[in-house]
Ligand binder design. Structure first.
Ligand SMILES: Cc1cc2nc3c(=O)[nH]c(=O)nc-3n(C[C@H](O)[C@H](O)[C@H](O)COP(=O)(O)OP(=O)(O)OC[C@H]3O[C@@H](n4cnc5c(N)ncnc54)[C@H](O)[C@@H]3O)c2cc1C
Length: 295
């Protein structure tokens, strides 16, 4: 890690993930294609004392975190984007509320450690209050005709012949990991969009050919995959539109972050229309601080 950042493994998550991914791309991997971490330099007793939970979890998987090497890979840990919402958790769709990791814009480009659960807890409570007030006023959350449309959409896989959903999910995983993952570029993102279209088309031709609707996990898999493809597509389009690198979004062809003063959120509709929405610095501007001693 010191070759990548002066703070070594204490650098921010995006920096550490990129460094790991770069080493993996160079082929400097463990036999399983990962990397090793070692905490032995802190002293095994100290690691056991201060990182008790992690030591136990690693031991469960057959690794000695206190004194040995542990095999790791970078992975998607948090979804920084999500549905645009107002402070009361309402969205532009009447009756649709959003909170927690499904909501976008709370953390900017890089979530600070510990703020994921805080986000979900705080906005989960706000959303609950807003939904209760909405139901009291409107008597229901959704328009019945919209529910009919949603039901028809959900029932589609029941009438198509059974296919290999797992193979499709694997393809999606490969596309998103290889071309829309930790290190991105325009060519890879464009190629990913084509692959996503192909996966979606194949999914539409694939059904679950089922006899029973009760507790049908293949049906869940189909619906999940449909949503995963939809979300993957907006992530890819948004990444293609943003020609800079910020936090977890890193473009090898646009590695600079650009001026912070003109920071903008990437806003994208399901039909692919992208709008860059300027960040309103209402409390602290780039370069300013609220800490008196640092000011
Ligand atoms: C490995 C890991 C470590 C993390 N460590 C931290 C940390 O140290 N500190 C921190 O602040 N954050 C951490 N986070 C992030 C944090 O845990 C999450 O952001 C947070 O838990 C998200 O809460 P949520 O309620 O928004 O979503 P979730 O916890 O994902 O809850 C969504 C729920 O909806 C359910 N669901 C999904 N689809 C349906 C459906 N169709 N019908 C009914 N239910 C459905 C799911 O089963 C799930 O229970 C970590 C995340 C990961 C993955």
């Amino acid at each position: 890690m010191p070759a990548y950042d002066a703070k070594a493994e204490r650098a921010t998550r995006d920096v550490v993930s990129r460094a790991m991914f770069s080493e993996i791309r160079k082929g400097n991997t463990t036999p399983h294609g990962g990397l090793y971490i070692s905490m032995g330099h802190l002293g095994a007793d100290r690691v056991r004392r201060e990182f008790k939970g992690m030591v136990e979890r690693c031991a469960d998987c057959g690794f000695d975190l206190a004194g040995g090497l542990v095999e790791v890979v970078p992975t998607a840990h948090y979804m920084m984007g999500g549905v645009e919402f107002a402070a009361d958790c309402t969205t532009s769709i009447p009756g649709l509320f959003v909170a927690g990791e499904d909501s976008g814009g709370v953390h900017g480009a890089n979530r600070l450690g510990g703020n994921g659960v805080a986000n979900s807890t705080v906005f989960g409570a706000v959303a609950g209050g807003s939904m209760a007030a909405w139901v009291r006023k409107h008597g229901r959350l959704a328009d019945p005709s919209e529910l009919e449309t949603a039901i028809a959409r959900c029932e589609r896989p029941l009438s198509a012949p059974r296919g290999d959903l797992e193979a499709l999910r694997e393809k999606l995983h490969e596309t998103m990991w290889e071309r829309v993952g930790i290190i991105r570029d325009g060519a890879g993102l464009t190629r990913a969009l084509g692959e996503l279209d192909a996966i979606d088309a194949e999914l539409e031709r694939t059904g679950i050919g089922t006899i029973s609707r009760a507790f049908n996990l293949s049906w869940h898999d189909w619906l999940n995959l449909k949503s995963l493809v939809a979300v993957s597509r907006v992530i890819t389009q948004a990444a293609l539109a943003r020609q800079d690198s910020r936090g977890a979004h890193y473009r090898e062809d646009f590695p600079q972050s650009g001026p912070l003063e003109s920071s903008a959120y990437t806003s994208i509709r399901a039909d692919g229309e992208v709008t860059m929405k300027p960040v309103a610095f209402t409390r602290v501007r780039p370069g300013q601080t609220l800490l008196k001693h640092a000011a």
